[in-house]
Ligand binder design. Structure first.
Ligand SMILES: NC(=O)c1ccc[n+]([C@@H]2O[C@H](COP(=O)([O-])OP(=O)(O)OC[C@H]3O[C@@H](n4cnc5c(N)ncnc54)[C@H](OP(=O)(O)O)[C@@H]3O)[C@@H](O)[C@H]2O)c1
Length: 260
């Protein structure tokens, strides 16, 4: 899985969304994250089609919304996602939240069926707490490839990351820029200034240091390019410990149905 992808939540203007995806792919991004609930799968598909990049080179992920997690609905809604995205299969399909119609045995059996049929290459979960990760790993026949969780310097998720590592589950960081909150943290600004880069790049490089894949959402070419540049930013031990020492725990995404 490419360690830096582009997120698309709230990128609902079809032209803007297609343009952001195509711009990212042409710049070199090879990982695109969307979801049924973002109401933009068709625009993401348009971006994929527009970019001069072969489908097989792109790691495409979407997520099944919580009202579609009954077995039959998983299959039917995934077929609709494929149709909207204009692709034959997905590289990764997530359970968006362990909520709503989520039932471990029923839901994961349907994900296993999609996996066996080759409609999805990998099964993912999202917003799963440690005990839910263990349960999913024990319930599904196919491996649980990744847990997509909120993760950034203001929510480092040390325990959950360690738990995922123990179960061979990759971590994908959503809201890797804390939806903008990382721009106002003195420790991050100090590291950014030292390297002559943006706070966004520091946050993304810090996640890379932790072995975490990041999917920042960006709309403008400037932001898309700034985030891409984080790939060559090397933080030293002093930078990493400064950021590790921030010691704040601030969640940006916290709906009523969250499991925590
Ligand atoms: N699984 C889940 O439940 C879940 C939940 C939340 C998010 N996600 C996924 O994770 C992705 C990223 O999370 P997010 O959208 O919540 O937040 P984010 O990536 O932390 O922050 C996005 C915000 O930062 C701005 N931005 C991006 N790059 C920037 C840069 N280099 N300099 C300054 N500003 C910059 C964007 O502005 P512009 O758009 O104007 O460029 C946007 O306002 C989502 O799009 C979605 O794909 C998943």
């Amino acid at each position: 899985m490419p360690a830096l992808g582009i997120g698309t939540w709230q990128n609902t203007d079809p032209e803007e969304c297609a343009n952001a995806v195509a711009t990212a792919l042409e710049m070199g991004y090879r990982h695109v994250d969307t979801a049924q609930a973002y109401d933009n799968e068709a625009a993401v598909g348009e971006g994929l089609a527009r970019a001069a990049v072969p489908r097989d080179d792109v790691f495409l992920a979407t997520k099944v919304w919580i009202d579609q997690l009954g077995g039959d609905d998983v299959v039917a809604s995934t077929e609709e996602s494929l149709e909207r995205l204009g692709v034959d299969s997905l590289d990764l399909l997530y359970i968006h939240w362990p909520a709503g119609a989520y039932d471990p045995a029923d839901t994961l059996a349907a994900f296993d069926d999609l996996y066996d049929e080759g409609l999805i290459e990998r099964i993912g979960v999202s917003n799963f707490e440690p005990e839910q990760v263990t349960e999913a790993v024990e319930t599904a026949d196919a491996p649980i490839f990744a847990n997509q969780i909120e993760c950034h310097p203001l929510l480092p998720q040390d325990e959950l990351r360690a738990h995922c590592a123990d179960h061979d589950v990759e971590v994908v960081a959503y809201s890797p820029l804390a939806r903008g909150a990382v721009f106002d943290v003195p420790e991050i600004s100090a590291v950014a200034e030292k390297h002559g880069v943006s706070e966004a790049q520091v946050s993304l490089a810090w996640l890379r240091e932790k072995g975490v894949t990041a999917i920042p959402k960006a709309t403008s070419e400037t932001h898309i390019r700034d985030n891409w540049a984080s790939r060559t930013l090397e933080l030293d031990d002093e930078d990493v410990s400064k950021i590790d020492g921030i010691g704040r725990t601030e969640r940006q995404v916290d709906p009523d149905f969250a499991p925590w």
